[in-house]
Design a protein around this ligand. Sequence first.
Ligand SMILES: Nc1ncnc2c1ncn2[C@@H]1O[C@H](COP(=O)(O)OP(=O)(O)OP(=O)(O)O)[C@@H](O)[C@H]1O
Ligand SMILES: [Mg+2]
Length: 272
Amino acid sequence: MVFNDTMTRLIAFVNRKGGSGKTTTAVHVSAGLADLDCRVLLVDVDPQAHASLWFGLSCREKLDQGLYRLLQGKENSPLSLVKKTGVNNLDLLPGGFGLTEYEAENSHKRGAVYDLARLIAPFFNHYDYLVFDTPPTVGLLMVSVLTATRWIIIPLPMQFLAMEGLAEMVRLLYKINASGNKGLRLKGIIPVMHDKRLKISANIKKEIIKVFGDKILLPAIRPTVKLAEAPSFQQTIFDYAPACTAALDYRRLVKKIKELNGTGENSGDRGK
Ligand SMILES: Nc1ncnc2c1ncn2[C@@H]1O[C@H](COP(=O)(O)OP(=O)(O)OP(=O)(O)O)[C@@H](O)[C@H]1O
Ligand SMILES: [Mg+2]
């Protein structure tokens, strides 16, 4: 079932491995696209609310007035739930702890996986991109995102056990592809914390190319502690350390993602 008939691009950053760079990448791809004059809504689908915290939202009541409120299906003006981030063209639909309650209460509800896809439709006229940051667990929230989005992109740390869980992720993608979201495509894998001097980085990249082909690899993000520091200042790396390697890498990645379209072997999308 496909709900998005507009030109809005939907991109979810997913990896069921915790701490794999999903939030960092969702924040910087969103901010980078916004800087290229695209209107972007970052949808924080994580009870941990790390993307929301990055932009300074921490109060539980305020967080619950975001995606949690939308998922309750009673909001007459969904746009009023959107918050400014301080970055031009980039808005945020906050996540937060309420999402844990949503998941617990609705996991067994028939058709619940379609709620998100249906409820985000009012945003399509207002944004060029909806970017989803996702939790590290395969539950209702993750499956809802996979049902709602068109593209998934996997940030993959170039570390021991990196490939662990990747096969499971891809199986889940195919399952949802077959059952509920025919337009869903794996659009790329991003090597993150990538040090090309290390043998392990080269080995993991080789393994990815063997399994998925070389078109799947998107520009890599090199490791830097600056990425861990930036959220404490509620800044993106583009503001906090614009000359650092990660800022340059994320700019290159954003340019590539903007160029991705519906043609090519990993796609099948209509539209752009
Ligand atoms: N390229 C990088 N270089 C160095 N550190 C990085 C890089 N990318 C992310 N990190 C750091 O790794 C940690 C985990 O990143 P992040 O929070 O983005 O992962 P996540 O997948 O969203 O985690 P979770 O599964 O808990 O949501 C953070 O401290 C972040 O600053
Ligand atoms: Mg995260």
